[in-house]
Write a protein that binds this ligand. Structure first.
Ligand code: THU
Length: 161
């Protein structure tokens, strides 16, 4: 028997003020998107903003439904829209944040497994890393340089015949 470690690296910023102008702008747009989330059931509002390589910014937010599984997370709303409208244009960065009206989020939000898997698909499709910025409403901000850092040892098309 033996063991091996799966190692992920995270860059930690103390707050918005440490971000580059590009990331600060993308995060601002993710925060605006979060405000427009449709969340009558959880009241937990998630916003995502991604930048296509042609400069276009696409935002998304979570859309809930009385039949719970019919809803969709913010990240997938954004990346599915991007891929449907710009199928040949990669994106290399996405900012994700959330608003919890019940209690201010002082830590970065962590994307669910399905959203990580969906984002990985586009990273692999275009052969280009997607950087992921994760923020709460205040406090530290995390930057992952690749979806693979958020989803190590992942399932991918490599396994398919
Ligand atoms: N949610 C997202 O939009 N993204 C995630 O990565 C995690 C969860 C949404 C789904 C649901 O509308 C609400 O947050 C509470 O789970």
């Amino acid at each position: 028997m033996k063991t091996f470690d799966l190692i992920s690296r995270v860059v930690v910023f103390e707050g918005d003020y440490e971000l580059s102008a590009e990331w600060a702008s993308l995060l601002k747009q993710a925060r605006e998107a979060a405000r427009n989330a449709y969340t009558p059931y959880s009241n937990f509002k998630v916003g995502a903003a991604l930048q296509l390589n042609n400069g276009v910014i696409i935002t998304g937010n979570n859309q809930e439904n009385a039949a719970f599984p019919s809803g969709l997370c913010a990240e997938r709303t954004a990346c599915f829209y991007a891929s449907s409208q710009y199928p040949d244009t990669p994106f290399s960065r996405i900012a994700i944040t959330a608003i919890n009206p019940k209690e201010k989020l002082t830590k970065p939000i962590s994307p669910c497994g399905s959203c990580r898997q969906s984002l990985l698909e586009y990273e692999q499709k275009f052969g280009q890393n997607i950087e992921v910025l994760l923020a709460g409403e205040e406090g530290e901000i995390y930057l992952f340089k690749s979806i693979e850092d958020l989803l190590p040892f992942s399932f991918s098309s490599n396994y398919l015949p």
